[in-house]
Structure formats: structure tokens, C-alpha cells
Design a protein around this ligand. Structure first.
Ligand SMILES: [Zn+2]
Length: 284
């Protein structure tokens, strides 16, 4: 995939090819996918990776708008995409109530840095406002919920990494990983296992959460050192109490399908001062 400036920012030229293995998600492609979805020509994932389905959708918009059908996302195509086709991120200050390509790009960047706001939809609502404020706190900016140049610059930095190593909470193969899934962000790793399978503490820590959370169902969270915490969701049973100190490998609950889950599995998250971090690289 080649992606570069076309004429001048915020215009965008996209040349489509099969993404290379491990290709990094691009927030501009994600914003394009959000706009294509809103135009009813794309029902694929908002994953920031270009591919045949995204290209096909671009051509569909071009056919409908009676402009040159070349699959290139230039100014005419951006215009044809309507209110989510423009403007590019960084061309205006964003706040609650606004809509656009830049809002979708903001939502995607926030999510990949561990501050998801729900569905990627290009609509700056209360969830996006909350995510911006959490991110601003995380990077030490004033928490005003307004995404201006300082917030945009901070979003360009690499995501947080974990200061600690972890042991697997279950010794089974994982399925879904940390990253975009459908039109939302998946902020952890899924380990499918039979209901009742013991879930193990990924590191020594103190129990901070043992309750039902929306979507997560029965949830346990452990606080570790250096601002790290681990989260265990969809449990069928909780085996620890708040304030309890647990050793690594201690059973903290049992696998279940509580909350929003299509089948029994553990949804596991690593958080660093509140930011969701990809746990995959920190397992010993
Ligand atoms: Zn999950």
C-alpha cells in the first residue's frame, strides 16, 4: 500500500494493494472507512488497513457521484463522501458536537493508544469527549476535552508500553488480539476456554475490582507496580476479594461468558495508568 499527500494536505491519495503482513493501521484509512460506512458502500472493518473491499467501496462512491472512477481518494472523492469526507486531522480544533473525517481519525488514534470511545463514527459525542480527557490527563495536558494542536501532537507519539512483564492468565491459545475489531477497538486479548476453567493472576498484585461491569460482565482487576493493572472479564465466578494480595498464578476467577460475550472466554486487558496497552508483547 502506498499512501501519500496528493496535491496538498488534507487531500489524500490512496493506491491500493494487498497490505503487507503486519502493516500498521493508518488513521487516514480508518477515517476513509468510517466515511464509506456512513455512505452505505462499506460494511467491512474499520481497521485502518486498505484492501480490495475498501478500494471497491471508493469506486462505488465515485460511480455514484459520476466522477472519475480511479479508486484514488482525492478532493472530488472526499467531497462526494459528504460530511465525513473532510477535513483532515489538524486543520481545525475539535470538540464535542463536531463531525468529520478528522473526528474519525481522532477516534481511531485515541483507541490505538488505549483510549477507546466506542464505535468509530466520526461523531464527537460524550464518549469521544471522555476519551480525549482521559488521554489529556495521561499525557499531562489540560483536561479540556478539546483536541487542538497539543493533543494532536501527543497522539502522534508511539503508544504506551508496559513497565512490567506478565504470565499468561490461561495456558490456552488466544484468538482475538488487541486492535480494531469491526467498527470498534478491542482493548485486550481473548482466551477461549470451557466455562469454569480457573483464571490465574498474571502477576502479583492487589485486588481492586470484583464486580459486574457493563459489557465486561463479572470482572476482576489487579493493581501491580509501576502503574500497571490487569483486567479479567466475562468470568462465571470471582474467587478473590477487594484488597486481597495475590501471588502470580493465584486463581482469581473462573472462565465464563457474562456480559457481552458470544461464548465462554477470558477477555484479558493490561492497563498502564488507565491506558489500554497491547498485552501480547509482555507475556513471559
Ligand atoms: Zn475480548
Amino acid at each position: 500500500m502506498r499512501l501519500g499527500a496528493f496535491i496538498a494536505p488534507p487531500l489524500l491519495a490512496l493506491a491500493f494493494a494487498a497490505p503487507a503482513a503486519g502493516a500498521a493501521a493508518d488513521a487516514r484509512i480508518a477515517a476513509l472507512q468510517v466515511a464509506l460506512r456512513a455512505n452505505g458502500v462499506y460494511d467491512g472493518a474499520v481497521d485502518g488497513l486498505s484492501g480490495p473491499q475498501t478500494e471497491h467501496a471508493v469506486r462505488a462512491v465515485q460511480v455514484r457521484a459520476k466522477i472519475m472512477v480511479d479508486g484514488v481518494v482525492g478532493s472530488e472523492t472526499r467531497k462526494a463522501l459528504g460530511k465525513l469526507g473532510r477535513p483532515g486531522l489538524g486543520t481545525r480544533t475539535l470538540e464535542i458536537g463536531m463531525q468529520g473525517w478528522d473526528v474519525a481519525s481522532l477516534q481511531f488514534r485515541l483507541a490505538l493508544r488505549g483510549f477507546p470511545s466506542g464505535t468509530f463514527d466520526g461523531d464527537f459525542g460524550a464518549h469521544t469527549d471522555a476519551a480525549v480527557r482521559r488521554f489529556q490527563e495521561w499525557v499531562g495536558l489540560e483536561q479540556d476535552g478539546v483536541a487542538g494542536p497539543a493533543t494532536t501532537r501527543a497522539l502522534a507519539r508511539p503508544p504506551a508500553t508496559s513497565p512490567v512483564r506478565l504470565s499468561p492468565p490461561l495456558y490456552v491459545p488466544y484468538t482475538d488480539v488487541f486492535g480494531p475489531r469491526g467498527s470498534r477497538m478491542h482493548t485486550g486479548i481473548d482466551f477461549p476456554a470451557p466455562t469454569g476453567t480457573p483464571v490465574l493472576a498474571a502477576r502479583a498484585g492487589v485486588v481492586t475490582v470484583t464486580r459486574w461491569l457493563d459489557g465486561y460482565g463479572n470482572t476482576v482487576a489487579l493493581k501491580h507496580k509501576l502503574g500497571a493493572s490487569s483486567v479479567y472479564a466475562h468470568l462465571s465466578a470471582i474467587l478473590v476479594k477487594p484488597g486481597e494480595h495475590v501471588a502470580v498464578g493465584h486463581p482469581i476467577g473462573r472462565v465464563g461468558a457474562t456480559g457481552i460475550a458470544t461464548g465462554p472466554h477470558l477477555h484479558f486487558e493490561l492497563r498502564v495508568r488507565g491506558a489500554a496497552v497491547d498485552p501480547l508483547s509482555v507475556f513471559r
